[in-house]
Ligand binder design. Structure first.
Ligand SMILES: CC(C)(COP(=O)(O)OP(=O)(O)OC[C@H]1O[C@@H](n2cnc3c(N)ncnc32)[C@H](O)[C@@H]1OP(=O)(O)O)[C@@H](O)C(=O)NCCC(=O)NCCS
Length: 289
C-alpha cells in the first residue's frame, strides 16, 4: 500500500469519503495534513489530522476506509502514516458516542478514555420551564459581546486544570457561534448589577442538540444554585467545579477535549436516545503494534 497527499479532486471521486469531513493536504498550515492510502490505482482510505486553535496541544484525527475494505488493517496503516506527518509531537484526540466504531478503532490503537459525559434528555418544550427565576433570561436578551465574553471565561476556567487554552483562544472558540447557538433556548443568569453569573448554552449545530451549563467563574459563591437556575434543576447539573474523570493524569498521553465541560450534558431533545459521549486520546509518538 502506498500513501500520498489528499488532493481536492480526490474528494469527489468516492461517495464513502463523505462519511467524514476531509480537506486537501495543508488546507490551513503545516499542522493540517491530509493523506490517502492507494492500492494500484484505487484510493482505499483517506484521512486528516489538524490542530485545535483553541488549545493547540493536540491533533484531532479523522479517517475513513472504503467500506468494502474494512477490518484489513488499512485504517491502522493510514493512522501510522498520518502520525508521521505531525509537525509537532502532540497527542491525538477523537470523540464520539460510546457505541460508535470510531471509538472501537481508537481503543484498538491504544487510546485512553479521558472523559465520559452521561446522557440527559431534555424535552424542547421544557425551555420555558428552565427559567423560573427572575435572574434568568434568554440568551437573546443579553448583549452579544457579553455572551461571547461569558462563553470564553467559562470555557477557560473549566479547562484550566486539565487542558489549558491557548493564547488568543477566545476568537477561535467564538467563531461561528452565532450560527450554532439557539438564542431562545440558551439561558443566562444575570445578577442585579448586570453581570452574567452562569450560562446554559443550547447548540443547534449537532443532532441531537447539546446543552452545556456552567458558572462563568470557578469560585462563584452559590455557584451550584446559579447553575441550577440556568439549567433547570439539579438533575441536569454536575456540581460546579466538578473535575472531569482522569483530570489528574496530566501527561501528554491524556488530554481531554470537549466543547462541553465537566458540568455539561448532551441533550437529546425528544429523540429517545441515551448515548454517552466519550473522548479518547492517544499519543502518536509510536506506531501501533
Ligand atoms: C473506523 C475505521 C476508520 C476503521 O478502519 P479499518 O481499516 O476497518 O480499521 P482496522 O482494520 O485497522 O482495524 C483495527 C482495529 O480497530 C477495531 N475496529 C475497527 N473497526 C471496528 C468496528 N467496526 N467494530 C469494532 N472494532 C473495530 C478492531 O479492533 C480492529 O482490529 P481487528 O480487525 O483485528 O479486530 C472504518 O471503520 C471507517 O472508515 N469507519 C467510518 C468512518 C469513521 O468512523 N471514522 C472515524 C475514524 S477516527
Amino acid at each position: 500500500m502506498q500513501f500520498r497527499e489528499l488532493r481536492q479532486e480526490d474528494l469527489s471521486t468516492s461517495e464513502w469519503m463523505r462519511q467524514v469531513e476531509l480537506r486537501p493536504d495543508r488546507w490551513r498550515d503545516d499542522h493540517t495534513r491530509s493523506a490517502v492510502a492507494v492500492e494500484g490505482l484505487e484510493v482505499v482510505a483517506a484521512g486528516m489530522i489538524w490542530t485545535s486553535r483553541v488549545h493547540g496541544d493536540r491533533y484531532w484525527i479523522d479517517l475513513v476506509v472504503d467500506p468494502s475494505r474494512r477490518r484489513e488493517g488499512i485504517g491502522t496503516a493510514l493512522f501510522a502514516h498520518l502520525s508521521g506527518l505531525r509537525k509537532d509531537d502532540l497527542a491525538f484526540m477523537t470523540r464520539g458516542y460510546v457505541d460508535e466504531e470510531r471509538l472501537a478503532f481508537a481503543d484498538a490503537l491504544g487510546a485512553t478514555t479521558v472523559q465520559v459525559v452521561p446522557p440527559a434528555l431534555i424535552d424542547v418544550v421544557g425551555r420555558f420551564a428552565l427559567r423560573p427565576y427572575d435572574a434568568v433570561v434568554p440568551g437573546r436578551e443579553v448583549p452579544w459581546s457579553r455572551l461571547l465574553e461569558a462563553n470564553a471565561a467559562t470555557y477557560e476556567w473549566i479547562h484550566a486544570s486539565w487542558s489549558p487554552v491557548a493564547e488568543g483562544f477566545a476568537e477561535a472558540l467564538n467563531e461561528g457561534l452565532e450560527d450554532d447557538l439557539d438564542l431562545d433556548a440558551t439561558s443566562v443568569a444575570v445578577d442585579a448589577s448586570g453581570r452574567i453569573r452562569a450560562v446554559a448554552m443550547a447548540y443547534n449545530d449537532v443532532e441531537p442538540p447539546v446543552i452545556t451549563a456552567e458558572t462563568v467563574v470557578r469560585d462563584e459563591p452559590e455557584g451550584r444554585g446559579w447553575s441550577r437556575h440556568v439549567s433547570g434543576g439539579p438533575s441536569m447539573c454536575s456540581p460546579v467545579g466538578a473535575s472531569p474523570r482522569s483530570n489528574s493524569t496530566a501527561t501528554s498521553a491524556i488530554r481531554i477535549s470537549c466543547r462541553s465541560g465537566p458540568g455539561s450534558i448532551p441533550a437529546a431533545a425528544g429523540s429517545g436516545s441515551s448515548r454517552y459521549l466519550r473522548t479518547s486520546s492517544r499519543t502518536g509518538a509510536s506506531r501501533p503494534e
